[in-house]
Ligand binder design. Sequence first.
Ligand code: FMN
Length: 389
Amino acid sequence: MPHLFAPLPLGPLPLANRIVVAPMCQYACADDGCANDWHVQHWGMLAQSGAGLLLTEATAVLPEGRISWADLGLYDDACEAAFAQALAGVRRWSPLPVGVQLAHAGRKASTHRPWEQGGRAIAPDAAHGWRTQAPSALGYAPDDPTPQALDAAGIARVVRAFADAARRAARLGLEVIELHAAHGYLLHQFLSPLSNQRTDGYGGPLEQRMRLLLEVFDAVRAAVPEAMPVGVRISATDWVDGGWDLPQSIALAKVLDARGCAYIHVSSGGLHPAQQIAPGPGYQLPFAAAIRREVAMPVIGVGLITTPEQAEAALAQGQADAIALARAAVEPALAVARRRRAGRAGGCLAALPARVAARIAAHAAARGRRQRRLTRNATVPSATAGAAP
Ligand SMILES: Cc1cc2nc3c(=O)[nH]c(=O)nc-3n(C[C@H](O)[C@H](O)[C@H](O)COP(=O)(O)O)c2cc1C
C-alpha cells in the first residue's frame, strides 16, 4: 500500500499516512454541548486506529447550530473545559493529530436524535426544540417548522461564532479545523440556490452565495495560528436539478485554494429531500478527482470506501490525496473477520495495524451494538439506499 501509507503534508501539518477518520456525530451529550466519557472512549478508540488524522464529529459553534440537543458544541467555556478534559484522556495514550469539525446546522437543527421519532424536527416550543435559522424562510422538509431567515446581524453573529469556536479549538491544542459546508447544513444552505433565495448580497449569483462561507473561512483563518490548517468539507452536488453542482464546487474550491485553504473534503448531498443518489463503492470519488484536477491543495475523498485495495487504487489513480473513512473505521473487527471468513471483502480496518484490530475486537460486542444503532438511524448512504447526513 505505497500510497495509503505515504506521509501527507496538510499545509504545515505533516500527516503520517493518508487515512483520515471522518467526522461522525455521536448524539451523546446531555443538553449542554459538553463532551463526556463517551467521547473519551470513542475518540480514544479511533485515536488508536493508526490513521493519519482523526476528525471529531460536527461540533456546533452556537447552541442553535446543533443538529439535535445531544450534539457536541464548542460555544462556551463549559464546552471548552469538557472538550479539554475528554481530549486529555485521549492525548495521554495517542499522538494522533485531532481535528475538530466546526458546524452550524441551520434549518436542519432542532431535531430528535436519529433513533428517536425518526430524527424528525422538533417544534420551537416543544421540549428540546428551538427556532432554527437559515438563509431563507424555507424548511428542509415540507412539514418542518419554518426557519427564520438570518438578517445581517444574525449573519455577523454566525461568522463571529465560527471564529470564537476556532479560537477555543486552538487553545485546546487541536491540530486541524474543518469547516462543515456539506450535507445541507447552514454553510451549504447558503451555497445552494435551492435553499438560498435571498435577494441581498448573500444570495443570487454564485459569488454572493459563496460569500458567507468565505467570510467564515477568512475569520477562522485569521483567528488561529498560521501553523493550524483550516480545511473545508463540501457536498460537491445536491443531486437535484437546479441545485449546487460540480462546476460550482470547482469554482468554490479554486477560491478557497487561493485563500490558503489547507484541504478540501469532498462529500455530497444532504441539502434537499428530492435528491436522487445512486450510491456504490467510491461513488463520490469522481467529484474529488474533478476538483483535484483544478486545485493545488490536498483533496480528501470519502464515501463507501471500504477496502484497503479500493483506497489504495483511488490514491494511485489520482482521485484523491487522502481517504476518509467513517463506518469502516468504527466497524467492529469481529464483523470484518466474519465477513472475511464468509469470503467477502474486508473492511479498511484490515489496512490498519493489527494491534488496533485486536483492541477493537476486545470492545466489539458492546460498542458494535451502539454503532450499529447510530449507523442505521443516520441518513448516510448505504450501498443500496439513503442520503448523506
Ligand atoms: C454515525 C455517523 C455520523 C456522521 N456524522 C457526520 C458529521 O458529524 N459530519 C460530517 O461531515 N459527516 C458525518 N457523517 C458522514 C461521514 O463522515 C461520511 O462522509 C459518510 O459516512 C460516508 O463515509 P463512509 O462510507 O466511510 O461511512 C456521519 C456518518 C455516520 C455513519
